[in-house]
Design a protein around this ligand. Structure first.
Ligand SMILES: [Zn+2]
Length: 295
């Protein structure tokens, strides 16, 4: 067999096996998480969050996305604060839009080197890896907006002027531009790297997207790791919901040394050693399958 025939055979195998398709890689998502967590802490309004926003934008650029850092300021109970949402676009064949979002700021006042490895490193790592895969796969039917959101965490208490700054700002922008009706789905990811993965979807998510998420998990054989939570929660999905967009919040809000304790959450124990590549892989695969099914 000559070299030409071998090459031809190899490319045929690649086409038939689908090996040529970019696939979500949990190890790459972990590497992205580690790169972000090197900047610790990332409190909104501080130097860490600003440096993180610059780093995230340069990573998106390196992946070939059109990017922007959207800087805005708001009056908060702690005074006027500046926030930086990092946005990347992957064009689609239609004007329908899927928004994939994760916050990247950390809760303030935990410790001077607070990592926030799970909250918000894990979801940010997954989001960056999703951006890589979707860019390689694109253009798909829908356009994708990759949104790294600032200011999710509140300083004292959530309120109209505290917490959820980045998501409220982006949801308002989409709404004001008349884009809410073009949004097919907003998928918010938060706290998804825990070794003991138990995704518990808050009830104030859109039922049609919860169904799509559970179906994707079922198709991939990981449905037992996904369930409907006991109630509603306040997270970055809420501003999109209030602006009339279909949204689901993919969150594992049980992060601790034993089930129900949640003793790693918002403590100095939220460190990289608590995370697992397998959990990042599971969540990344399910979100990828879900957005494929939504095309
Ligand atoms: Zn948090």
């Amino acid at each position: 067999m000559n070299v030409f025939r071998i090459l031809l055979l190899c490319s045929a195998v690649l086409v038939f096996s689908g090996c040529g398709k970019a696939r979500f890689d949990g190890a790459k998502a972990m590497a992205e998480t580690e790169a972000l967590v090197k900047i610790s802490p990332r409190d909104a309004g501080g130097g860490g969050a600003r440096r993180a926003s610059v780093q995230l934008e340069s990573r998106l650029k390196a992946l070939g996305l059109k990017t922007a850092i959207d800087t805005f300021s708001e009056d908060t109970p702690s005074g006027k604060m500046h926030f930086n949402n990092v946005l990347g676009r992957i064009p689609g064949k239609t004007n329908r839009l899927i928004v994939l979002a994760s916050h990247f700021d950390t809760k303030s006042g935990i410790s001077k080197d607070f990592q926030g490895a799970n909250d918000s490193g894990s979801s940010s790592g997954i989001l960056m890896e999703l951006a890589r895969v979707l860019k390689k796969r694109g253009p798909l039917e829908t356009e994708f907006l990759i949104a790294f959101l600032d200011g999710e965490e509140c300083r004292k208490e959530y309120g109209p002027h505290e917490g959820l700054h980045g998501s409220r700002h982006l949801a308002q922008q989409i709404y004001d531009a008349g884009g809410a009706k073009l949004v097919k789905a907003v998928i918010v990811i938060d706290m998804v790297g825990d070794r003991d993965l138990n995704i518990s979807i808050p009830r104030n998510s859109s039922p049609e997207l919860v169904k799509e998420l559970f179906y994707a998990a079922h198709e991939l054989g990981v449905r037992p790791k996904f369930s409907l939570g006991p109630g509603s929660i306040l997270d970055d999905h809420v501003p999109f919901l209030l602006a009339g967009m279909p949204v689901v919040d993919v969150i594992d809000f049980d992060y601790g040394s034993a089930p129900g304790l949640n003793d790693y959450w918002h403590t100095p124990k939220d460190t990289l050693d608590k995370l697992s590549v397998k959990s990042l892989q599971t969540v990344g695969d399910v979100v990828m399958r879900m957005v494929e099914n939504l095309q």
